[in-house]
Design a protein around this ligand. Sequence first.
Ligand SMILES: Nc1ncnc2c1ncn2[C@@H]1O[C@H](COP(=O)(O)OP(=O)(O)O)[C@@H](O)[C@H]1O
Ligand SMILES: [Mg+2]
Length: 279
Amino acid sequence: MQEQIVPTHAPPREGSGDPASECRVVAVVNQKGGVGKTTTAVNLAACVAVANMPTLLVDLDPQSNATSAYGISTGESALYRSLVLGDALTAEHMQTTEIKRLMIVPSTVDLVGAELELADVPNRTDRLMAALGPHKKNFRFIFVDCPPSLSLLTINALRAADEILIPIQAEYFALEGLARLLKTVDRVRRSIHPGLRLGGIVLTMYDARTNLSRQVGEDLRSHMPDLVYRAAIPRSVRLAEAPSHGRPIIAYDISSTGAQAYLAMASEFLTRAGVRGSA
Ligand SMILES: Nc1ncnc2c1ncn2[C@@H]1O[C@H](COP(=O)(O)OP(=O)(O)O)[C@@H](O)[C@H]1O
Ligand SMILES: [Mg+2]
């Protein structure tokens, strides 16, 4: 029987005085679709917010899955306009969620157009960073759910991010995909953002009973021991159901294995981030 973990209520880290410099932007990225990016962004953001951290979730995927996972319908295209036209992203463009301290910038389908239109705008890789900059003082963590590509939208997320979080599904070719992603991260570091850090790798849809899951997990842990989260996210029907109810897993079914896994992961995440009292 797995021990239940209840949400921790860690006090905010003692500040250096500048709230904007305390904010950490995390891009949840993997160019492969269906690996658990959105599920991780949606649920990790919720778990971090219930641990007392003012948190913003930015849905940068035109498919809007993170937006609908919070039961929010896509409305005006503030994110598109701030990226392509350079309009300011304001607090009115952020919506509250049922999780206290968690806000979301919804996605809209016109972000598909942004992928192409960004190619022609000046500072095309810096647009998301510029849009989020004024809001950093209001949040401790900003999670960016990326589309399943290494397009300009994703490059904008990498440019805006302090660190990246990579969900990996334990399957054949997962490690080849990771190698390609790490090359892109290196390119971004060399060209536009030397400070971009690899924050961590989380195994998703993990099934400890299968050799393949165990093998992928062991390979990753032996190559990148410090990067891989101890908490692996199991395959869980409740996790797959929660979005259709418009709720994160900790609101939908806190006792499920999926909720407990994301709470454990959030605890590790906060410990790595240097937030005291969360281990
Ligand atoms: N741990 C899990 N257990 C069961 N289903 C999951 C799990 N993680 C993700 N899924 C499901 O798999 C599909 C793809 O996940 P998603 O998070 O949308 O991936 P991505 O954002 O990388 O495309 C979704 O239908 C989601 O509900
Ligand atoms: Mg997604």
